[in-house]
Design a protein around this ligand. Structure first.
Ligand code: ADP
Length: 486
């Protein structure tokens, strides 16, 4: 059989390491090269933010893309960079993208007031390429959109016609790009599209809803999240539409960067180790205890979290159980930043239990690796989690995660029971519902296992052996492309 090699324009508003605010940036960096390795001709389109322009070379102006409504003409650039594993096009429009701060917020942390035009223009350009109107000879079979910032591209392709099919991937449904209805004409959307079966959402215009209505296929970043967003409360008002479109909605778990997150080669940790040399992990634990000013105690269980400090991540529930964890003889370290009120609660707990609880407020790449390597177990009780990365890193580092049964957490962690231990699939502790009692019960189960070194070792080794690479996810996306082009 001939190799399936569709031409795909992958359009995103961020791309690691050029510009990143969250998981979308990681996916945009990893998925296109993984798909290319399977034979797909995937090329990436990103706005030409100042910060991105400063990091690329050999900028070649391909030509203009016409404007529409209040969206100005832009230029398509082809650029070179060693930092991206796929051909990269930048959409150049200095008035929209060349700003001091990027991609979404100004330097005081507020959304840019013209974000609808900035990302309407990105969507318009993606659709133009899909329509064969771009200034080059390459025709995309599929325009692969990501989140609300690209949500209008499927609408433009459907409403104005175009050869390419469209797919939209939801990375977080909580962000929808909702703007007042008067923007309809400014965004070159026909008035007929302003209906319940179109872009209208409670009398406003929704970028994400547009994508979900008009795309040929919809994916999201885990199978459980795909089911959860068809119901309240995680559907955030779009559950009815997603249920109606469930036949074309698929959940595909993200992969992780297995080269960056590999305890055998990680340069951020003081002692590398593998499943065969797990005893060496103890050196990282001692280093971590020391780094956080806790007593260095080999057999004291050390639990940890690396996270944005927000309600989404369930850190308020961790606050509630920490006094009991201390009573059970466990240490806890936290690395993160976010909500100041929640940060203050952790800081006050560290003052109350300085021998047991420590936290570092801030963002530290290296320390996050040391925590994965040094902790005994990883706490991640997210209220909702489209995919989540840290629970996968934890398993690769022999640090079993304790997670709420939601989204990608439910799909990537196998709860430790007599049966799953026996068949070597157990890789952590999964609990529900999300409250202090259930979290504490899961922690108690984990501590009980931890005391039995043989059982704990088994749990660690089965987690370390799991395949969280992008190859599996990319193959699932390729299957969807294949179905779309049938
Ligand atoms: P989300 O994208 O919702 O924040 P994920 O688990 O998908 O959550 O990804 C978060 C990523 O950011 C992980 O790689 C995590 O290690 C990293 N991270 C979050 N907070 C910090 C921090 N304070 N220091 C270092 N890395 C962090």
């Amino acid at each position: 059989m001939a190799r399936f090699s569709p031409s795909v324009l992958f359009v995103a508003s961020e791309l690691q390491p050029l510009i990143k605010t969250g998981g979308l940036g990681d996916v945009a960096a990893a998925l296109p090269p993984a798909l290319r390795a399977l034979g797909a001709d995937v090329r990436v389109l990103l706005p030409a933010y100042s910060k991105v322009l400063a990091q690329v070379r050999n900028i070649n102006v391909l030509g203009p893309i016409a404007g529409a409504g209040a969206m100005p003409e832009s230029k398509l650039l082809a650029v070179d960079t060693d930092q991206v594993g796929a051909p990269l096009y930048l959409l150049d429009c200095p008035a929209l993208y060349q700003r001091e701060s990027a991609p979404y917020l100004d330097s005081s942390g507020h959304d840019y007031s013209d974000n609808h035009l900035r990302f309407g223009t990105l969507s318009w350009a993606a659709a133009s390429i899909g329509q064969g109107l771009a200034p080059f000879a390459w025709q995309a079979d599929i325009v692969h959109c990501n989140d609300w910032q690209t949500g209008l591209a499927p609408a433009y392709l459907r409403l104005y016609g175009g050869a390419a099919k469209s797919l939209i991937t939801i990375h977080n449904l909580a962000f929808q790009g909702i703007v007042p209805a008067y923007n309809l004409g400014l965004l070159a959307l026909p008035s007929s599209s302003f209906s319940i079966d179109g872009v209208e959402f409670h009398n406003q215009l929704s970028f994400l809803k547009a994508g979900l209505v008009y795309a040929d296929r919809i994916t999201t970043v885990s199978p459980t999240y795909a089911a959860e967003i068809q119901e309240e409360p995680l559907g955030f008002g779009l559950q009815g539409l997603l249920k109606k479109r469930s036949a074309v909605l698929t959940g595909i778990l993200n992969g992780v960067d297995t080269a960056e997150w590999d305890p055998a080669r990680d340069p951020f940790i003081i002692q590398n180790y593998t499943a065969a040399t797990l005893a060496k992990k103890a050196l990282n634990k001692a280093q971590l205890q020391q780094e956080f000013g806790l007593p260095v105690a080999h057999r004291t269980p050390l639990l940890a979290t690396v996270s944005r400090i927000t309600d989404q991540k369930g850190l308020d529930v961790i606050v509630q159980v920490l006094p009991q964890l201390v009573e059970l003889g466990g240490q806890y370290v936290l690395l993160g930043n976010g909500d100041p009120a929640l940060e203050a609660q952790f800081i006050s707990l560290t003052a109350q239990y300085p021998q047991w609880i420590a936290c570092r407020i801030g963002y530290h790449e290296g320390l996050s690796h040391l925590i994965e390597a040094g902790a005994d177990a990883f706490l991640m009780p997210s209220r909702f989690e489209p995919c989540g990365l840290n629970q996968m890193y934890s398993q690769r580092y022999g640090t079993p995660p304790i997670v709420h049964a939601t989204g990608g957490l439910a799909d990537s962690v196998v709860d430790c029971t007599a049966e799953t231990l026996a068949d070597n699939t157990a890789s952590g502790f999964v609990f529900r519902p999300l409250n202090a009692i259930a979290l504490l019960a899961a922690i108690e189960r984990a501590l009980l296992c931890y005391r039995d070194e043989q059982v704990w070792r088994r749990l660690q080794i089965s987690g370390m052996g799991k395949d969280f690479s992008w190859n599996k996810s990319a193959a699932a996306y390729l299957d969807i492309y294949r179905e779309m082009l049938k």
